[in-house]
Ligand binder design. Structure first.
Ligand code: FAD
Length: 521
């Protein structure tokens, strides 16, 4: 793990290589030269010369950190601006409220992270994260229990640990620094009215009307400020149109609680996943191991069937799932957190890539561009895939046009960002369309045909290793959804067995431990 010790008496924090909000105010007030790039002027500026090339990233969460990591290979310096104070440990912060809920890192995301930060997986495991394969899962889908095939590996840990590990590694890069407790409130446009020249920064919590807004200039601005990004409004304010949005809301709610297993609890599985069964059974639940030998238990309900946030209601909801095994497992476990609810699970896609006019030097990534219903655990992996695409895009662009010319890059990149999220979008929204309560997308004929085929794939994947692998490769974003239509998969899916597995795939002794009576054979 990264060494987090630093000289706390020093005014500058070498770990983050940054001043605090208060220090910036002081610098500005005193006219210090430590913020040469922050000039107090709201006037349009000439297109800055391409020297001392500086990239700015709005938001220091997963998408922003990963973007910053790859930008550091192409720019002289990279500044991440976040409105939160970023903890120096794996801790909760306000800007990422979803971190109180189940976060798993799919194989695709894991591979990219390892590529960008060699040894990161080992660091995560050393900090208590758990590496899982299909054999560790007791998984009940709409088609019954799944056999425990190997499957692609994934990492289970708290979101705080995953993000903190990535943050530590990103901020170790000598070209990356971070401005904390600073909020971006707008974009700066160059005098050609077509080029983003930087961002307007304001100290967080300062009076909206009186606070000094200072410009920060850069050759590329990447917005990674999440679902609630103000990029559409920022674009409008500098003379561009707002993008169209596709919103698909299945009114899914989460409630999550961290538990300590009851003393002496032992099982030959590590994960419990109980799926919903649309449209009649909108409830689902999952138990994943997290660092500290704890469990993260998340309950979910579609169509406003929100799981309660009080313990009695939480337990009752768990008991009402399609199997009571999750309830039996946690009923004697010790709650270690309060129960947190979460309802911002809307699928939201902003079609920046389709705007007829797009500014130079501005790219929107991560949830700010496309956010999904989180049940498939795709967001961090899509952010990772986008970072790789950003890297390739910059490499290609600079090779063709040289590092001094950014013309056309942002527009091309925005199209690539849209492509990177396409597979995940299809998976998340296709599943949501199965509920009549979902708004924004009612199933069309083609959806119904697709659902019928996918039902077959899922049904057969429960027992057929080949179909299971094909299905999981799509879920883990290793293959795009059309891979499920390859002849080898389609044939097996269409002729495969239909008899569902009715008992969890565990032995008698294991079953007794979690209150299950297996069907006699
Ligand atoms: C309940 C839930 C569960 C999820 N589970 C999973 C999972 O299992 N696996 C998975 O891969 N993904 C999961 N996701 C998705 C994942 O959390 C996100 O996709 C991922 O965090 C990428 O988001 P982001 O970096 O784009 O934005 P966010 O994580 O939302 O971060 C935005 C950042 O921008 C900062 N910010 C916002 N506005 C400003 C501003 N104006 N100025 C400066 N800073 C600003 C915020 O402080 C924050 O740091 C889940 C999401 C939810 C909601």
């Amino acid at each position: 793990m990264a060494n987090l010790e630093w000289d706390k008496s020093s005014r500058w924090d070498p770990y983050f290589n940054m001043p605090t909000a208060r220090e910036i105010e002081l610098d500005l007030a005193l006219g210090s030269d430590s913020w040469l790039s922050l000039l107090a002027s709201d006037q349009p500026v000439p297109v800055p010369p391409p020297s001392g090339r500086h990239a700015i990233v709005i938001g220091g969460s997963m998408a922003g950190l990963l973007a910053a990591r790859v930008l550091a290979d192409h720019f002289d310096r990279v500044t991440i601006v976040d409105r939160d104070r970023l903890p120096v440990e794996a801790k909760f912060r306000d800007g990422v409220p979803q971190s109180r809920h189940l976060h798993a890192l799919l194989k695709r995301g894991l591979s990219v992270l390892e590529e960008l930060f060699a040894g990161l997986e080992s660091e995560l495991l050393a900090a208590g994260a758990v590496r899982l394969t299909g054999r560790d899962f007791l998984r009940m889908s709409a088609a019954g229990w799944a056999r425990r095939f190997e499957g692609p590996p994934l990492i289970a840990a708290t979101r705080e640990l995953i993000e903190w590990s990535v943050r530590s590694r990103t901020l170790q890069h000598p070209k990356v620094s971070v401005l904390q407790e600073q909020e971006i409130v707008g974009l700066l446009v160059a005098s050609d009215s077509a080029t983003v020249a930087g961002v307007q920064v304001r100290a967080r919590g300062s009076d909206r009307h009186q606070a000094l807004t200072v410009p920060l200039y850069g050759e590329l601005v990447v917005d990674a400020s999440g679902r609630n990004s103000k990029a559409p409004e920022w674009l409008e304010a500098i003379g561009f149109a707002k993008p169209q949005e596709t919103l698909i809301n299945s009114f899914l709610g989460y409630s999550s609680c961290v538990f300590a297993p009851r003393p002496g609890f032992q099982a030959d599985w590590k994960v419990l996943m109980l799926g919903d069964k649309p449209p009649a059974m909108p409830r689902a639940g999952a138990l994943f191991p997290i660092e500290g030998d704890r469990w993260m238990v998340t309950l979910a309900g579609y169509g406003r069937d929100y799981p309660p946030t009080n313990m009695a209601g939480f337990m009752e909801f768990a008991r009402s799932l399609r199997s009571d095994i999750l309830y039996q497992t946690i009923k004697d476990a010790k709650p270690l957190s309060r129960i947190n609810g979460f309802r911002s699970t809307l699928n939201q896609r902003r079609h920046f890539e389709s705007l007829t006019r797009w500014p130079e030097r501005f790219v929107v990534v991560g949830d700010a561009a496309c956010a999904f219903n989180p049940v498939y655990g795709q967001g961090m992996s899509v952010a990772a895939m986008t970072a790789v695409a950003l890297n390739h895009g910059l490499e290609e662009h600079f090779q063709r046009f040289g590092v001094a010319d950014m013309t056309g890059f942002a527009r091309r990149m925005q199209r690539t960002v849209a492509k990177a999220s396409q597979g995940a979008w299809v998976i998340a929204t296709g599943a949501d369309a199965r509920y009549p309560t979902t708004e924004g997308r009612q199933p069309r004929f083609v959806d119904r045909a697709m659902h019928a085929y996918l039902d077959r794939v899922i049904e057969v994947s429960m027992q057929d290793a080949t179909v299971n692998e094909a299905f999981l490769r799509v879920v883990h974003l290793l293959d795009a959804p059309p891979a499920l239509f390859r002849p080898a998969v389609a044939l097996r899916a269409l002729v495969g067995g239909r008899q569902p597995i009715v008992d969890p795939p565990i032995g008698q002794r294991q079953a007794a431990l979690v209150g299950q009576v297996l069907t006699p054979v």
